[in-house]
Design a protein around this ligand. Sequence first.
Ligand SMILES: Nc1nc2c(c(=O)[nH]1)N[C@H]1C(S)=C(S)[C@@H](COP(=O)(O)O)O[C@H]1N2
Ligand SMILES: [Mo]
Length: 316
Amino acid sequence: MLIKRPDDIRPSEITPRSLYEDRRSFMLGAGALALAGGGVLPGAAHAQAREKIAGLRPAPAAYTLKEPLNTYEQITSYVNFYEFGTDKSDPLRNSKNFRTRPWTVVVEGEVRKPRSFGIEELLKLAPVEERIYRLRCVEAWSMVIPWAGYSLSELIKQVEPTANAKFIEFHTLADPKQMPGVKDPVLQWPYVEGLRMDEAMNPLSLLCLGLYGELLPNPNGAPVRLVVPWKYGFKSGKSIVRIRFVENMPTTAWMRSAPSEYGFYSNVNPKVDHPRWSQARERRIGEFFKRETLMFNGYADQVASLYTGMDLRKNF
Ligand SMILES: Nc1nc2c(c(=O)[nH]1)N[C@H]1C(S)=C(S)[C@@H](COP(=O)(O)O)O[C@H]1N2
Ligand SMILES: [Mo]
């Protein structure tokens, strides 16, 4: 299959909702398993089997943005997943044999009921919804993505956090045998991210298990990742293996690597520039002209109240 470079992707290739619906009804009729990338060609760029999510339901309107979706090809081929390489096109190629079964997520720390969850348990923990979110990367590009999952709060409820649980750390897999990028000290591995408890409990915070009605593709963080749509994309850790409830604000992998550039909060904020570039505008992948970046990535109504009284320049 051909992998397009971002500059080759035209606006007309962003899929209108109606076409996506058609594609999905086609897929529903075509049975549960298909090959990646229309992968009938020998030497297809990735060999991950594609599997439809059973019982997926549409999310309420508040979680379903009405904007044209980026295509499956854009979303899986233009990614940041440094464990599989730092070039945006590396993860698709380098993750094709990534093993996502068996998979366990350990949940520990300041909780009354620490335990681990197998990936099959996670798929059944709560009804899996399709949510259409904007994703805004700190590098000033964005996409509109149909994720599948449920609110992270569903998992948090299960383990009963104690009063000491003020923050949550998310640790993602760092397996040098499967992930060539982990040999590169570009970050300190494993990739660690974090949220304040109230951010994690906000219903927008998504425990994400799928994309375009199917289980998550490897380049996007299979089998389970976070999606926190009002924050820069790097807050949404991929391929999570450990969730730890803690009392103190975690130091994330990006804070460790460049503390002046990446703060803990990393809320999308057009008024606070990155030290090396402006955050006022962004390029929607597939579009030519830049668009204005929205405060909290357009989710201010749902999340601005989490930060009342905080100086968002200091707490960047
Ligand atoms: N484990 C891990 N998670 C990660 C990253 C990464 O390098 N490793 N990159 C982040 C960045 S910078 C972005 S923009 C989003 C991109 O998610 P997407 O490629 O699925 O859109 O993943 C985030 N999660
Ligand atoms: Mo990013």
